[in-house]
Structures are given as C-alpha cells and as structure tokens.
Design a protein around this ligand. Sequence first.
Ligand code: DAH
Length: 340
Amino acid sequence: MLEELETLQTQALATLEQIGGADALPQWYRTHLGRKGNLTELLRGLGQLAPEERPAVGQKGNAVKKALEEAFATRQEILREAELEASLNAEPLDISLPGRPVAMGRLHLTTRMLRQMRAIFAEMGFQVYEAPEVETDENNFELLNIPPYHPARDMWDTFRVNDKVVLRTHTSPGQIRCMREYHPDPIRVILPGKCYRYEQITPRSEHQFFQVEGLAVGHGIRMTDLIGTMAEFARTMHGPDRRLRIRGSYFPFTEPSIEMDMDCIICEGQGCRICKYSGWLEVAGAGMVHPKVLANGGYDPAEWSGFAFGLGVERPAMLHHGIEDIRNFYANDLRFLRQF
Ligand code: DAH
C-alpha cells in the first residue's frame, strides 16, 4: 500500500503540472483530494491491513495528502498570476493614473450642535432619552394637560397622521414616556429630537426643527434647581459671562411656567438687529412639572416634584454662525454645509 500511495502522489503531481488554466483546478482537487477522491478511496483499505502495518501507512497517507495540498496551492497561485498578467496584456491599464479622490463627509451643523448640548448636560448628570417622532395625540397633548378643544392647542399647528396619531409638535410628549418607563425612580434626562409643525416655511421658521427637552423628577426639586441648570448650560454653551433673565409665562404642562432669556451674544446686551434692540435672546420655555403631568407619568405629586425645559437647537446655531435663513439647514446645499 505504501507503494500505491507513492505512485498516486507521483501521478497526481504530474497531472497537476499539466494543468494550463485555473478553471481545471477544482476538478483535479476533487479527483485526488476530494471526499470521493482516489487518496480517500485508497486509505479506506487501511482497515484491512495487519495492525502493525497501519501506523506507517497512515503516516504516509498524511504525508501524501500534505504534499498534494501544498502543490495545489502553489499551482493555483502560479496560474492566477499568469491569468492576471494575461488580462493586463489583453486590456492595457495605466496604473500610473491618479485615483479619484473619495469625497469626505462631515457632520451636519445640527448634529454638531446636538452633540455639544448632550455633552454639557452629560456633565450635569443628564442621560439621553429617545422618544419617537410619530406620537399619539394623547402623549403629545392630552397627557400634557392639553385637552381637545383647549385653546392652548393653537400654540402648535399640527401635522396629523390620523385621528389619534400626529407628528410630534414638540419633544415634551417624551416626558410622559420617560416617566412611565422610569417610575418609581428619580429622573434626570434630556430628550433631543426632531419636531414638526404645520407652518409656512420662511427664512425664520421651518416645518421641521429640533428641540432638546429636559426633565428632572425627584424629591424636593425646586425652581432654583431649574434656573441653576439653565444658567450652567448657557454659560458653558455661550460664554462664561452670560446673564439669564426669567419671565413668567404659560405652558399647560408646567406650573409655574417661565421663559428664559440670555443677554444677546452678538451685542452683549447693548441692543442690535439680531436681538431686536432689546439686548435679550430667548433661550427656553420651562417650569415646574404640572401636578397633573406628574400624575399622568405615574408620580404622586404630593411626594414628587420636577422641572422641565425646552431648548431650541437651530436658532442658537444661527446666531453663532450668523446664518440668516433657517431653510439652509434642510436645503442640502454643500456650499452651505461645508462651512461648518
Ligand atoms: N414644548 C414647548 C414648545 O415646544 C417648550 C417647552 C416649554 C418645553 C416649557 C418644556 C417646558 O418642557 O417646561 O413650545
């Protein structure tokens, strides 16, 4: 059997040498090394040998297998190179031509702004909570203490999907989702995301825009916590000397409600075209979470309190970069986008 193995090896190697194209290689492999190949067939006879002969034959069998596999790999390599060479000669290719540059992408201005905001709130211990853009009417309005036919609905012109589903008009409905998920733990989150309003598109207003909502729920949370958080945010984001101004306001989901302005980052409060000569820019709507909203989220308002705020995203970016037209954010004009 040792001799048979030797013969098999010699013959197989000889046929391999004669193969002229890579196409014929698999057939050779099957014939000699395959599951039903002649080496396997031959070694099947191993069982009929006298036990003392088996080890030597087994070893030889392995050696032949290894030799054939190595020869196969080498032959395959040689044939591939030859074919590549031939195809290059057949179809000349100028490999000295410079390649085409791959265009580098970059982050959208809004994305960069959002990342900055997330980082600032992360420092203050706020996690990010993601809520959907397509919302129920219930979360977007009712559970935020805005019943149907309440005149406060006029504050948000709404894209409707059907009677019960809307494109969220603000990120506030995420508060309900978050409270229902986290209850009964305390909460400190921001909810960044896109909102939609059925509005005419003008240089100053888009029908799609981003907001960053904030929500803190806990024991003994007070208005001063809200103001402190907002002041820290404004100073980290817009400069250490920023001053805040608090005005009383109205939102159905907060009580009391406030609006926050900071001194104009363009004129430092002197008065300019951007701040309409008032010296102040609006930064956020905010307030203490309304007891009804806390209850809708599952928190007993007798024990828990919280604050919430809603920050704009595009508007401050416009101020920083002197962008006059909000429509640029969605126009996909590379000349605009490349500047940031
Ligand atoms: N959701 C409000 C809006 O889009 C903004 C807002 C105001 C959010 C006060 C709040 C808040 O969380 O407390 O007009």
